[in-house]
Design a protein around this ligand. Structure first.
Ligand code: ZN
Length: 181
């Protein structure tokens, strides 16, 4: 590991990683429930005020992403729909819906783990935050514990593919996986 920086951002970096550890623990709850393992937490003044993990299947709700649920809990806990003094930590780059919600919340800072080349709306697929036409500016840090965040997601999809091909092999052919993803 390289400790290249000597500025005061070192302590921020370290605490970013600690908060991301918690987001990973939260993502594990999605995995345990058979959901796509993404986790998010909202932090305000050094305390967690919201936790969310994907619950699309559990809640039969297309909007039940980790970030949305964490923001909802934070809004209720803080007693304000504006979360201008809060930071959100997400294991994966937020999608367009969640990035839009972060703007609505006037979030101060977003920290996320792994990029999502297929749906990420921070810099991968599109850039929803910090558009010149939007007033709100949000600080963004990407790549915190990215390897572990991505690995959790990849292991989920790997397992699901194995389960699928297992099902198919007993019925049709082990090689037919055209429906996969
Ligand atoms: Zn989302």
């Amino acid at each position: 590991m390289n400790n290249h920086s000597t500025s005061s951002s070192d302590s921020t970096s370290r605490s970013d990683e600690l908060w991301m550890e918690e987001a990973l623990r939260v993502a594990q709850r999605a995995l345990d429930a058979g959901e796509v393992p993404v986790g998010a937490i909202v932090v305000r003044a050094g305390k967690i005020v919201g936790r969310g993990w994907n619950r699309n299947l559990t809640d039969v709700d297309p909007t039940a992403h980790a970030e949305i649920l964490a923001l909802r809990e934070a809004g209720a806990r803080v007693g304000n729909h504006r979360l201008g003094d809060c930071e959100l930590f997400a294991t994966i780059e937020p999608c367009a819906m969640c990035a839009g919600a972060l703007v609505h919340a006037r979030l101060k800072r977003l920290v996320y783990g792994a990029d999502d080349p297929k749906a990420g709306a921070i810099h991968s697929l599109m850039q929803v935050l910090n558009q010149p036409s939007l007033n709100h500016r949000m600080e963004v840090r990407a790549g915190v514990l990215a390897g572990r965040c991505a690995e959790l997601l990849q292991s989920f999809f790997r397992l699901r593919r194995e389960e699928k091909s297992g099902e198919q092999s007993s019925v049709v052919s082990p090689r037919s996986s055209a429906t996969d993803e």
